[in-house]
Design a binder for this molecule. Structure first.
Ligand SMILES: [Zn+2]
Length: 273
């Protein structure tokens, strides 16, 4: 039974949240001025009120109404243990809107964070759940879409699930890098100073402990936006010495943040829309 169940769960298929070609204005993990981007920003033709559709079967587990932040938002829980988040909406679909309004009248409140039980608002893949908008902390009409593990809120790149809905044939480009030789512990190109280099040659020489920052962008078909880079690898003498993968981010817990505030060894990382 368990085997059959797991087969069924892994067969859950995901489809586009919009009925226009998916073009991105922002990708998962890209650095923003004070946070890393926790989802993808889907373009909505510079306008609002475009249909937004559940990307898989499940049920509406939450509706959030904020004047700032997420604006009008929905969370859909899926049977494979993931939830999809739809932010900055202009309206909810009628049935969801009716439930939210009932809650607002009952509680005499406009702002809301309403949790629903599995049987209350079931949705099918491709079902209309709302209209796109520009509500909350949105800088222009778009749909911010996130996927998280339901139990832990761990954030996952939505393109892992929606890779068939997007065209991307343009490789990332690494423009330059900055060196951070550690005082009396590292040398880079005969210098202990922090310097910026371009990739105008094949190899560089280093000794000891040296940190690096890179300036790199990714690109996608048919859009002029630049995006964050998913994978980065650093090789020394042909050996992999560092790798980063921006596919999954664990949301820091309160405890983690508290420890971060009192200790130099744990830093705080912010994610957002
Ligand atoms: Zn966003």
């Amino acid at each position: 039974m368990q085997f059959i169940l797991s087969l069924f769960l892994s067969a859950l298929s995901f489809s586009s949240p919009v009925h226009i070609p998916v073009k991105l204005a922002g990708n998962f993990g890209e650095p923003r001025p004070n946070h890393f981007h926790g989802g993808i920003d889907v373009k909505t033709n510079h306008t609002v009120n475009l249909g937004v559709y559940s990307i898989a079967d499940g049920y509406v587990s939450a509706a959030i109404v904020e004047l700032h932040g997420d604006g009008l938002a929905l969370i859909v829980a899926h049977p494979n243990g993931h939830s999809s988040y739809y932010l900055h909406l202009n309206r909810y679909a009628p049935q969801i809107s009716a439930s939210v309004q009932r809650w607002q009248y009952k509680h005499h409140k406009f702002t809301a964070d309403i949790r629903f039980q599995p049987g209350e608002l079931p949705v099918k893949r491709g079902q209309l759940i709302g209209l796109s908008g520009n509500t909350g902390a949105s800088q222009g009409p778009h749909l911010h879409l996130e996927i998280r593990k339901t139990a832990t809120s761990t954030m996952i790149d939505p393109l892992i699930f929606l890779n068939k809905t997007i065209d991307d044939h343009r490789p990332p480009i690494i423009h330059s890098f900055k060196t951070y030789p550690q005082p009396s512990k590292g040398i880079f190109e005969r210098s202990a100073e922090s310097r910026i280099f371009s990739f105008n040659r094949e190899t560089f020489t280093a000794w000891g402990k040296v940190g690096f920052a890179v300036r790199a962008d990714d690109y996608m078909d048919d859009v002029s936006n630049t995006f964050g880079v998913r994978f980065m690898k650093l090789y020394c003498d042909g050996k992999l010495v560092f790798a980063s993968d921006a596919t999954v981010f664990r949301q820091p817990t309160t405890e983690w943040l508290t420890r971060g505030a009192t200790s130099n060894t744990i830093s705080t990382v912010k994610f957002g829309s």
